[in-house]
Design a protein around this ligand. Structure first.
Ligand SMILES: Nc1ncnc2c1ncn2[C@@H]1O[C@H](COP(=O)(O)OP(=O)(O)OP(=O)(O)O)[C@@H](O)[C@H]1O
Length: 345
């Protein structure tokens, strides 16, 4: 999927060498274990583009989302918002300048919305907090937002519990859009919904992006969804960005074995010759393997992988990967040839 032609693609948020370490929950009284939720993550989020973040559970996707939304201060590294260091702004500046620019949609709208507030109050809340316009203007904006997310006017009086899961997620999206943000961070926004409404919510996000020129960080376990939605994709493994690039490159010509394994598990037209089954869970983020974190599950790993995290290799199109034994380039062309031969025959 390509960005709308008028979308400006310059940098909105930039993460430079961001680390997030938490205190381990089970560290014991005298232990000082740290959970390495994010390690040396560098990423750029450009205006008007959809960046897809993929990886298995526990790889650091939500932590990255919290860093991007300013909810989590990095332990190390910098977050730049429109070129300025976010954490050198005063709390008031962060609230006034950064807060309205980034909206968040969480996974489960049943827990993200206050069950005691009507839909009107839920959507109007950010407008009240940021004192946007007169009461009449706020009411008009609430109705405009309701319309934008495809909900009928009578739902304004409803409580979240009286709505379906899909309708609740539309309310959450309306609230995220209230302050006219430049970026929406959507953390697995369809995974708690019935399969039947997932496509509707995805289509709504695509539609909003095209109508409003919104940028988006879209987080998912599901590479197929990300391939459909995103302009660029970043693949996370154990707190590290292991591959990044245009969605078409990363999904058709993945170079990192982990990405290849994720893709091989996804049925698609570009069928992988065989499914790669990864053995065992993602290792503990409290004690990640030395060198490449994927080496303990990688079928190509050797001693070279144990020494240091591989430096990035980048092609001329900006596709980057961190692997000393990458998958061969131009697999997509080879696969097309195979599919073409089979179809011709
Ligand atoms: N507040 C916290 N305290 C301690 N450890 C944490 C905290 N938040 C996250 N972690 C740990 O950091 C790592 C990354 O977690 P994160 O939630 O970012 O992963 P994720 O990829 O979003 O997973 P999921 O898809 O299951 O939501 C995990 O090992 C997690 O247990």
């Amino acid at each position: 999927m390509t960005a709308p032609k008028d979308a400006s693609m310059d940098s909105l948020i930039r993460l430079d060498h961001v680390h997030v370490r938490h205190k381990a929950r089970s560290g014991g009284l005298f232990r000082r274990d740290a959970v390495h939720a994010l390690t040396d993550a560098s990423l750029e989020i450009r205006r008007g583009e959809i960046l897809g973040l993929v990886g298995e559970s526990g790889c650091g996707k939500s932590t990255l989302a919290r860093v991007v939304t300013g909810l989590q201060r990095p332990t190390e590294g910098q977050v730049r918002f429109r070129g300025e260091d976010l954490w050198s702004l005063s709390p008031a500046q962060r609230r006034e300048q950064f807060g309205p620019a980034v909206g968040v949609v969480f996974q489960d709208p049943s827990t993200a919305l206050n069950p005691r507030l009507s839909v009107r109050r839920v959507i109007r809340d950010p407008l009240d907090v940021h004192r946007r316009g007169t009461p009449q203007e706020r009411e008009a904006r609430v109705r405009e937002l309701l319309d934008l997310v495809g909900l009928p006017g009578h739902t304004l009086e409803a409580l979240p519990g009286q709505l379906s899961g899909g309708q609740r997620q539309r309310v959450a999206i309306a609230r995220a859009l209230a302050l006219d943000p430049e970026l929406i961070v959507a953390d697995e926004p369809t995974s708690a919904l019935d399969v039947s409404v997932r496509a509707q919510i995805l289509n709504l996000l695509v539609d909003l992006r095209e109508r409003l020129g919104l940028g988006m960080v879209f987080i998912s376990h599901d590479v197929q969804t990300v391939r459909y939605l995103a302009d660029r994709v970043a693949v996370l493994y154990l707190g590290r960005v292991v591959e990044e690039g245009a969605a078409s490159q990363v999904t058709a010509d993945s170079r990192h074995p982990y990405t290849e394994a994720l893709l091989s598990a996804t049925p698609s037209l570009l069928e992988r010759p065989e499914r790669i089954v990864l053995h065992g869970p993602v290792p503990s983020a409290t004690n990640p393997p030395s060198g490449c974190p994927f080496r303990t599950r990688c079928w190509k790993a050797d001693d070279a992988c144990a020494t240091a995290f591989p430096t990035a290799t980048e092609d001329t199109a900006g596709h980057r990967w961190h692997c000393v034994h990458p998958e061969p380039a131009a697999k997509a062309a080879a696969r097309e040839a195979v599919v073409g031969t089979a179809a011709d025959g």
